[in-house]
Design a protein around this ligand. Structure first.
Ligand SMILES: O=C(CO)COP(=O)(O)O
Length: 141
């Protein structure tokens, strides 16, 4: 599965603890992240992370583009609800696209815990069917 990990600055320590705690689950998947979060996750886990631009410089939009192409299966986005973000429209756009394409998205650590354990338990296997259908469509186009 393709997993996007994103955290606003105040939530980066929480993301580092989360990624380290669930390293054994995350290592079986492809990890993507906005720029600084990617560095935090890579440092915490020593796992490979594909890093995009930093959020304020377009990283949220880059991940949103992957969602629109059906190339993202799970998003953990630890948002800071107490700090105004200069790129709030980009944050909202990413969350909107996750809703448009029905991609599981956690915006806080409580939901993130449930989704990562659900991933490990196979609850996200429906994504394989969605991805399989995409291949079928490509085959007949
Ligand atoms: O701002 C962000 C998400 O909106 C995160 O960006 P960074 O991971 O580069 O700090």
């Amino acid at each position: 599965m393709k997993i996007a990990l994103i955290a606003h600055d105040e939530k980066k320590p929480e993301m580092a603890r989360f990624a380290a705690a669930y390293r054994e689950i995350l290592r079986g998947h492809q990890l993507f992240a906005t720029g600084h979060t990617g560095q935090v996750v890579a440092d915490a886990t020593q796992l490979p992370v594909t890093r995009f631009n930093s959020g304020p410089l377009g990283g949220d939009q880059e991940i949103g583009a992957l969602i629109a192409q059906n190339k993202m299966d799970l998003i953990i986005f630890l948002r800071d609800p107490l700090t105004a973000q200069p790129h709030e429209p980009d944050v909202n756009a990413l969350i909107r696209l996750a809703d448009v394409y029905s991609i599981p998205l956690a915006t806080n650590i409580g939901t993130a815990e449930i989704l990562i354990r659900g991933l490990n338990a196979g609850f996200l296997d429906f994504r394989k069917i969605v991805n399989g259908n995409e291949s079928c469509h490509e085959k007949y186009e």
